[in-house]
Design a protein around this ligand. Sequence first.
Ligand SMILES: *[C@@H]1O[C@H](CO)[C@@H](O)[C@H](O)[C@H]1NC(C)=O
Ligand SMILES: *[C@@H]1O[C@H](CO)[C@@H](O)[C@H](O)[C@H]1NC(C)=O
Length: 399
Amino acid sequence: MGRKTILLLIMGVFWAYYIYIPLPDNIEESWKLLCMTTYWKILTDLSLFAELLGVNHFMNIFMFFMNLQEVPPTSDENVTVMETTFNNVPVRVYVPKRKPERLRRGLFYIHGGGWCLGSAAFLGYDSLSRRTADRLDAVVISTNYRLAPKYHFPNQFEDVYNALKGFMRQDVLDKYGVDPERIGISGDSAGGNLAAAVAQQLIDDPDVEINLKTQCLIYPALQTLDMDLPSYRENSHFPILPKSLMVRFWSEYFTVDKSLVKAMFSNQHVPVESSHLYKFINWSSLLPEKFKKGYFYKSPTYGSSELAKKYPGFLDVRAAPLLADDNKLRSLPLTYVITCQYDVLRDDGIMYVTRLQNAGVQVTHNHIEDGFHGAFSFSGFKIADRLENQYMNWLSENL
Ligand SMILES: *[C@@H]1O[C@H](CO)[C@@H](O)[C@H](O)[C@H]1NC(C)=O
Ligand SMILES: *[C@@H]1O[C@H](CO)[C@@H](O)[C@H](O)[C@H]1NC(C)=O
């Protein structure tokens, strides 16, 4: 073989691996998603390779590249942007500049990034918060929280919870002119997980007298028990969030110990002592027919109790809000859930919708047939504008 043939062969393999990714026909602007996927895949592989060489932890390298998206807190003609802390947790605050006619709504936003990545300072989150403040005439709090692999559960949960409680103090609401009857919480992906978890926690907290009016969960992760739901099977190699990455995020939330990620990936991490929890996430009874399609429900394969003893977090309701019982769910606020067809987390969201509805909570479920994980945050994509519009319209009517 000549040099040219070898070169062509290498380019062919590179093309096949990084650029040629079959996508479903109904994906809009699929070339944009392909470019995004290629960039994302190279980033993932570089980080994995660097980890293999022992340079640093995969997530730290990933974070280094992602943090290039950070922007300073700069006010614009419509919105004043400030940084402060609530209960020592750093947050960004967005206040509309126009004169308030009455007390404003308050929206507490939690960014995504698999509990490992992301920040309120990312350009995408910063501009979302500006648009939300401006369009809803709302005070928006965009919170940060400590991230894995340096910090693990429950730090992420506690930071978000403490920041929310710091915001919901009467003197703080007075300071920003926020109506205590019109406070909502929102988050995407891991942020949706944290939003659902803190909304539950607030219900029985004797220190907090104010109730949330709304919760918006944008393709949230809600359970750790079953990594083999139909949505995991269908989308295990779908761009941006393949099963391997999602399982890695989950396990990093609890520990850097690789034995958890291995057990989770093969869905053998739950000990038999916890078998009673499966009723809360049983897709055979909680998914509508359309999403079960031809999948057969297999009873769980139980793992050793060692992992659950070492890392009890993965069976904790504060990490997996689907594990809450109906009594708890009953008291949750008006809920908006976005799920995407092409997303390993799709069935987490759908099962939560079923469970909330069964418990009598008012839920608006927006299932996006041509949606994929991350679509809400991909600025420049038509689908991102569409989802944001629907989300804002819902908030405008319900918060
Ligand atoms: C401020 O609001 C005006 C009127 O709605 C709008 O035209 C303008 O684009 C906004 N500016 C920014 C920076 O968003
Ligand atoms: C899940 O639900 C199905 C019925 O829909 C039932 O046959 C099965 O035993 C349940 N599994 C568990 C572990 O609860």
